[in-house]
Design a protein around this ligand. Sequence first.
Ligand code: UDP
Length: 328
Amino acid sequence: MNILVTGGAGYIGSHTVRLLEKTGGKVVVYDNLVTGHRNAVKSSIFVEGDIFDSTLLADTIRRYDISSVVHFAAYSLVGVSMIKPQDYYHNNVVGTLNLLDVMLANGVNKLVFSSTAAVYGEPETSPITENVLKNPTNVYGRTKLIMENAMADYSRSYGLKYIALRYFNACGADAAGDIGEDHQPETHLIPLILKACLGKTDTLKIFGDDYPTKDGTCVRDYIHVNDLGQAHVLALKALYNGHESDVYNLGNGSGFTVKEIIEAAEAVTGLTAPKEIAPRRAGDPAVLVASSDKIRQDLGWQSEYTDIKNIIDTACHWHKKNPDGFAG
Ligand code: UDP
């Protein structure tokens, strides 16, 4: 297995790379370092490149005899996607179509694709199963749904074999404490709470407390990044074993409100985060909780981290060890 990992210097990418390497596969990280970090790539081959650079992509595929791609390289922020839709359609749709062109032109037909719970929008049932209506409430979710549909078409017409993984809320960090979540600027809830607890940021804003949930704040399903990463390993192995193209949810199956996550993080750190209620963030659905039964049954996936405090503790370990992230 010679695997090209686009976006392998990013948060989920770097954790997955570590797990892929443990399987003995040769991993080549391909990342333009716009949001990724060079020192998140520890031992893999690294190529600094953009998914729009067809020549470099094709050269890399040929040079390292690549037979599959795990594609993380994308923009992934709900809030920003509502303000800068052009960036999102360009990078996530046009960029991924370009990657698919280069793959198919060079005989690579296996792809594990990062999708998202944001494809669902405001589903009527919870936990969400893969087959419910998809009606994204934000641009980010729309870009990922467009690509899921395109891949289904490419699968029928050109023999592409893909598995799309719809992530719920990735969080936590590898227990080693040397890779973790470091976005500039940071917009995700758990790192922002931890930074607020540790005095590294200003007051935490709770985006809306008038949602139809038990305490008025949004409910999400938080899954440890290594559990997510392990699903990529299983998906890739399944594709090598002839598995047909498919789509899977990836979450823990339990929902926590924003306020509950803050309480859990304060309990883990023993510190209090300064916080205030702020207006709703555009594009946020009230509740997103996954059913991951399908990937459990089909691919034998299971989560190692089920306790939210343990998950937050791994993130806390990373933040304490690396107060300035990768820059430190
Ligand atoms: N959130 C919040 N304050 C913040 C960041 C996030 O209240 O500073 C909320 C956000 O509205 C959502 C949840 O926390 O309901 C998780 O947001 P995040 O950006 O971490 O992930 P997303 O669900 O957008 O993928």
